[in-house]
Ligand binder design. Sequence first.
Ligand code: SER
Length: 317
Amino acid sequence: MKKILVVGAGGQIGSELVPYLRSVYGSHNVVATDVRECKNLAEDGPFEVLDALNPTTMASVVARHNLDTIFNLVALLSAVGERNPQMAWGLNMGALLNALEVARQHSCAVFTPSSIGAFGPTSPKDGTPQDTIMQPTTIYGICKVTGELLSNYYTQKYGIDTRSLRFPGIISNKTLPGGGTTDYAVEIFYEAIRNGKYTCAVPSDVYMDMIYMPDALRAIVELMEADPAKLVHRNSFNVASMSFTPEIIAAEIRKHIPEFTMDYDIDPVKDQISRSWPNYLDDSCAREEWGWKPKWDLELTVADMLEAIRYKLGHNR
Ligand code: SER
């Protein structure tokens, strides 16, 4: 992997993955694209406006820059997807199919994030295995399972090097996630610092896996650099680093902001989605096949997030 296209680079993952990839592979080797102009990504490397649903433009960017790897980060997340399932399917599957087709024509590798959302209420909830029942009940999860199968198909049928991670909720401090069920674990930090209180839309006792962005970025590059001969799986690997409920993260924040309070205004859609997802994943295949090992636990993540967001918001609270 030397010359990279990032599609959907302006979102939560892309806005941090692009600088990370540029630091590893060199700025000029990472072409960031998004449907909108992204000034921050255009400052230190190539950027182009690209509609991921247009295969001709995607192919022309790949050809012009002589790219060999595509990171397809385009996605409508779980909660927002339920408001417009047809649009979610069109965008999530359309972008992936285009990335796979362009990869087939130009011999590129493809990385696509999958999600804990690929599991559903019939999957084992605790220590959810790598290979198990996957019957998600959200359009987002249905797209993720389909995407995993389609990516594996392109590998079997056409020899395309496709790889993927089933990400938990990603905690980060640069760009906000947009419309996911796990977003509370990011929003809580901003509200704790701004107002000392937060109203949570997810039930107090629901466990979900989460990962801190630095671990997520490292996992992506480690997977893409892994020796293909060692990969039994490809699409997609369970990765986990911490699992908690809203009450548990609130208690951790209270260690730093003792007066922090949280109440609940449960969103029925997020309630149903969060209860259908695993409590925690078994990521032993990722550990065995390409050496995955998380570095950030809840305690370290909360301390780092509070420091970063205090700085970002200019608060000394
Ligand atoms: N963060 C995503 C969501 O909540 C899960 O992958 O939709």
